[in-house]
Design a protein around this ligand. Structure first.
Ligand SMILES: C[S@@+](CC[C@H](N)C(=O)[O-])C[C@H]1O[C@@H](n2cnc3c(N)ncnc32)[C@H](O)[C@@H]1O
Length: 313
């Protein structure tokens, strides 16, 4: 059976030592520790207050070898992070044929947990979905959103679990409209808001296809701050055709601009690795600048998972 690369553990320990100090200084309790640093160990690892979540990327080695590597990984991570092995959760970014359940072997149970970020509470679920409920690479973008939100009408598109909306409310937004086409995520977004604030009529949660919503909404409302962080690719029965950010971002940004008040701001972000920003003809009478250098936090400096732009009308 293959063994994990002997460079892996020393590398993790070194990074963890640095990040622990950084996180303590910043009062951060959830952060990324490893992202495909070594080609021989293709995974991503996050520390979430008291749990370690590890996503294995593409070890296409057959079930038996993969299960052995997974067990080695689970033992090593419990050791490095000084936690119980039941607090190490291993997931597969790609489905592996014939592999036994990733949780039953490690003895996990489905459960949610609360974490804090910048004084706000977020519900995470490390078990039931591929992602946990909070994209840590947008920690700083969320803070920027909060800093801009005072007295603004805020629109959060592709909202997922509503973390941008929670930050906007914390920043004193006048109203917040949260849009996602997935009912379960929208319910989760409502819970995240309720974990932090009393509900109010000014905040709306809308289950809809963003691509349709932005067109209809142009006839009805204007916003002062829009967050638009679409997935790289999206397809569903609720959509007429598939959405690809690489192909369709210009039309989407164009529709968002129609919803912006004069002087309003749009934060647009993407995780697409192939993304090419071309703004000729798109950005008439608006100011756009890439802000990725400001939005990528310390723990993601190496992997740079997203790019972001601030567009001011
Ligand atoms: C990339 S994430 C957005 C992440 C979010 N902005 C954050 O930082 O937490 C994907 C989300 O987009 C939603 N989504 C995908 N396609 C959509 C569409 N056409 N209309 C509305 N929501 C969509 C999914 O349901 C999912 O919640």
């Amino acid at each position: 059976m293959p063994q994990l690369d002997s460079d892996f553990k020393p590398r993790l320990l070194k990074k963890l030592k640095h990040l622990k100090k950084w996180a303590r200084r910043q009062s951060i309790s959830c952060y990324q520790v490893y992202d495909n640093d070594l080609e021989s160990v293709p995974c991503r690892i996050e520390w979430l207050e008291a749990k370690v979540v590890c996503w294995i990327y593409k070890w296409d080695l057959g079930t038996e070898v993969l299960e052995s590597l997974r067990d080695q990984l689970a033992t090593l991570l419990a050791d490095v992070f000084e936690c119980e092995s039941c607090d190490v959760i291993i997931k597969y970014r790609q489905k592996q044929q014939g592999l036994s359940s990733q949780y039953s072997k490690l003895g996990h149970q489905q459960q949610t947990m609360m974490v804090r970020e910048n004084g706000l509470k977020f519900e995470l679920n490390c078990f039931d979905y591929l992602d946990t409920g909070l994209f840590l690479d947008h920690r700083t973008t969320r803070k920027i959103c909060k800093e801009k939100a005072a007295n603004k009408r805020v629109l959060n598109l592709f909202a997922y679990t509503g973390s941008f909306s929670v930050y906007a409310r914390d920043g004193g937004a006048k109203s917040i409209t949260t849009v996602d086409m997935n009912k379960h995520y929208l319910e989760w977004a409502k819970r995240n808001m309720a974990h932090n604030f009393d509900s109010r009529a000014a905040d709306r949660f809308i289950e809809d296809n963003v691509l349709k919503f932005v067109k209809n909404e142009a006839k009805l409302n204007r916003y002062d701050l829009i967050i638009c962080d679409p997935p790289t690719f999206s397809n569903s029965k609720k959509m007429k055709s598939a959405f690809s950010v690489d192909d369709h971002y210009q039309a989407l940004i164009g529709d968002c601009l129609k919803l912006l008040s004069d002087g309003g701001e749009l934060i647009f972000s993407t995780n697409s690795k192939k993304f090419k920003w071309q703004s000729e003809g798109l950005l008439v009478n608006v100011n756009a600048k890439e802000i990725s250098a400001q939005t990528i936090p310390e723990d993601f400096k190496q992997s740079k998972p997203h790019r972001a732009w601030l567009i001011v009308k």
